[in-house]
Structures are given as C-alpha cells and as structure tokens.
Design a binder for this molecule. Structure first.
Ligand code: GLV
Ligand code: MN
Ligand code: MN
Length: 411
C-alpha cells in the first residue's frame, strides 16, 4: 500500500485556515475561544466530517475525529495538534499536524487501507498560553496533569476558564475530560521543527526522542512611583529598572550553564502605570525557562530566585515570584520512534533523531500513551513569527511519513 498525499489540497486548506485570523495576513493570531478560533474549528470539523470521520468534543473543546477500525474494541491510535496561534504568529505551527493528520487519514482511505485499530485525529484546545497563561490546556486536562478545578481558578481578563468556555459553547464538567492511561495505544504528532537543524543539515524528517522541560514564572516587582521630574534619582525605587536587572540576570543564568539546550526568555513586561512622566511603581515579567535536563532547568530557576533577592535588597523594592508551571521533560516511546524511522527508511527519506526544544501537546500525551513526533524543516528555523514557512514538499513528506506510521501502528 502506498499512501499518496494531495499536496495542493493540503496547501489550500492551510491557506484557508490561515484566513481565520485576528491580525492581517501574513500574520496569524487565533486566540482560544475567540471568534476566529471558533470559525477555524467549524471549518476543520466540516473537513473532518467530509472525510467520514465521527466527530465529538469534550467539555474543554478538545475535538476528536474518529476513523473507525475493524476492531473497535482495541485502543485506538491517535494523531493531532492545535490550531490556536499566538499573537503575530505564522500559519504552520500546529495546523500542519491537524490538516496533515487529516490528509494522512484521507491518503490511507484512498489507498484502500482498512485500519484494525481506530485512528483518532485530535484537535487540542489552547496549546498556546496566550489567553489563560498556561500552555497545552487541553492536553494537560486530558492527561490529568491539570486538575479540573482549573476551570474556576484559571482566569483571563477577570473571567474564569469555565465562564469563557461555556460562553463559547463548550459545556459539561471538566472532570469528564481526563482520559485513562492506555486509552490510546499510541500517539504521534506531526509538527514543524521550529528550529534550524533540519534545514541546515539538508534532512527531510526529524524523529523526536524527547521533549524539553518548560517552566514559566511570573515576577511581580513593587517599587515606588512618582513624578518623573520631581523624584530625585537617589530617592528612587523604580520597579521597571529592578525588573530589567532581573531579566538580565535570568539571561546570564541560562547562558552560564554552557549547554545549548538551556534557554530562558522574558517575553512579557508590563509596566504600571505606563506613563512617560511617571516613575514605574510596579512591573510584571513573565519568564519562560526550558531545558532537556530537568536539574539544569531548575538550577536556572534557583539562580533567578537568588537574583530577585539581591535586586530586592539593593534597590529597596518588593519582589514576588509566582510559579505558573514547571513540567518535566517527556521521553518518546521506542515503538513510535521505530515506526517513524521505518517509515522514513521505506520512503528513502533522510532522517535524524533530535529533541524538541519547543513544547507540544505530545509532552502531555506522553503521560498516558506511547508517544512520538515527526518534525519537518521550516525556513530558517523561524516560528512564532508571520514569516514562518514550511514548503509544500516538506509538508507532503511529513504527511506521508505520518500516514505510514499510523498505518503501521493501527494495522
Ligand atoms: C509552544 O508553542 C512553545 O512555546 O513551545
Ligand atoms: Mn506555538
Ligand atoms: Mn505548536
């Protein structure tokens, strides 16, 4: 059986999906439970139904499209990814795994393949942390890594996750979201690499062996505000300048491990009251620290804590650290790694093993199912930017490898 991918159709569908955006093209912004997210979901669900998949949603909006297998009593195999996009993002992050997953299933259907195990295509809710401050909301809940009480405690602009999801039409109890361990016999996610290695080395496919451990922390600095002209420099307790020193200390801590896999980013800085003629009285930083090695990642968090103490006493400000999440790394399953590698070999594609520095829904699916990821090259390694790009050929190759992997796991 040779599954052949319809690359033109897949490109057209990716372009249509990109048109559901809160920012003008080429940028894509699609925040979970916003109007564009709901329109994108409606578009995708219609495509899923068009491929004769049985579609259902859970209370947080994770959407499952099932191709029923010959032995429906066996645990299904699953694939999928997300369709939400951070502000000012591109069109390929997540969507390649959703529409590529759909096209892989359609290619298998066209080839006359009849899976023994059912195959589920999963559209995960809010892989991006944009709205509720925490990434992989849907897969965290599915895997039991996030308690259902998060429905009341997670807030966005003063509204709880429960209020926002219900208003978007996703009702029912979050306690009904978790899947039991073993609910899927395997999970495999197709994704752009979001890094430069595959393109640089001229390699078609990355076979992911492990996913880095992400942690995020909010740093709130309270200083003393006042008139920008009148408060004398020696008397100042500027919250922003203290926060700036903390951000630089975090960068230094990440660099000091000497490991290329340690990364730290201060991606959010809010200054209050935010007026040019007012000394900042409060600053908030949101910091993201990652490493494939948990101990090294945690050593950066510890160094960050020490830097906060030092800046606090030297500048006479108050500093509060609020951990948002600190997830362990995930290992991919040898059986899924083997199936992906065999699919690459059969298609004579150049492939290499690699880790994922970005996190994915696979980080949480790995807690309940043997999991693997297929990476394809993206231009310049660019992601989370409007100029993110993966060629139709690269997407087609990844989709073919996904189709063959699903066929081997579901046969
Ligand atoms: C996912 O989008 C990540 O930030 O790794
Ligand atoms: Mn992303
Ligand atoms: Mn993604």
């Amino acid at each position: 059986m040779i599954a052949a991918v319809d690359s033109d159709r897949l490109s057209t569908e990716l372009a249509t999906l990109a048109s559901f955006s809160e920012s003008p093209a080429p940028a894509v912004t699609r925040v979970v439970f916003g109007d564009m997210d709901l329109r994108a979901r409606a578009y995708l669900k219609a495509l899923f139904a068009g491929a004769s998949l049985a579609v259902h949603q859970d209370p947080v909006g994770n959407t499952f499209a099932r191709w029923q297998g010959r032995s429906p009593g066996l645990e299904p195999v699953a694939t999928g990814s997300h369709c939400d996009a951070i502000p000012n993002a591109g069109r390929f992050d997540g969507t390649v795994g959703v529409l590529g997953g759909l096209e892989a299933i359609r290619a298998l259907q066209r080839a006359g393949f009849e899976p023994r195990r059912s195959i589920d295509l999963v559209l995960f809710t809010s892989e991006e942390p944009t709205r509720f401050g925490i990434g992989c909301l849907g897969s965290r809940l599915l895997s039991g890594a996030l308690a259902p009480s998060a429905g009341d405690t997670l807030k966005a602009d003063g509204r709880s996750l429960n209020e926002v999801r219900r208003a978007a039409g996703f009702v029912g109890a979050l306690a009904d979201v978790p899947l039991s361990t073993g609910a899927y016999s395997a999970f495999v996610e197709l994704h752009i690499e979001q890094g430069p290695l595959l393109e640089r080395e001229g390699i078609d496919i990355g076979v992911v062996t492990a996913i880095a451990a992400p942690a995020s922390v909010r740093v709130v600095v309270d200083g003393e505000g006042g008139h920008a002209g009148a408060v004398l420099m020696p008397d100042r307790h500027d919250a922003f300048l203290a926060a700036a020193e903390i951000a630089l200390a975090i960068e230094a801590a990440a660099r000091s491990t000497g490991a290329v896999d340690t990364v730290a980013t201060t991606g959010v800085c809010e200054v209050f009251p935010g007026a040019i003629n007012s000394v900042p009285s409060r600053a908030r930083l949101d910091v993201d620290v990652r490493d494939i090695d948990l101990g090294r990642r945690d050593s950066v968090l510890a160094a960050m804590g020490r830097a906060c103490d030092e800046v606090k006493s030297r500048r006479g400000v108050a500093v509060r650290l609020e951990p948002i999440n600190a997830d362990p790394p995930a290992q991919c399953a040898p059986a899924v790694i083997g199936a992906i590698s065999a699919a690459c070999d059969a298609r004579r594609l150049r492939h290499r093993r690699m880790i994922s520095r970005a996190y994915h829904d696979s980080l949480f699916m790995a807690r309940i199912a043997p999991t693997g990821m297929i990476f394809i090259p993206c231009r310049g390694g660019v992601s989370h930017r409007p100029d993110e790009y993966a060629s139709p050929e690269a997407i087609a190759r990844g989709t073919e490898v996904l189709a063959d992997t699903l066929a081997s796991l579901a046969k």
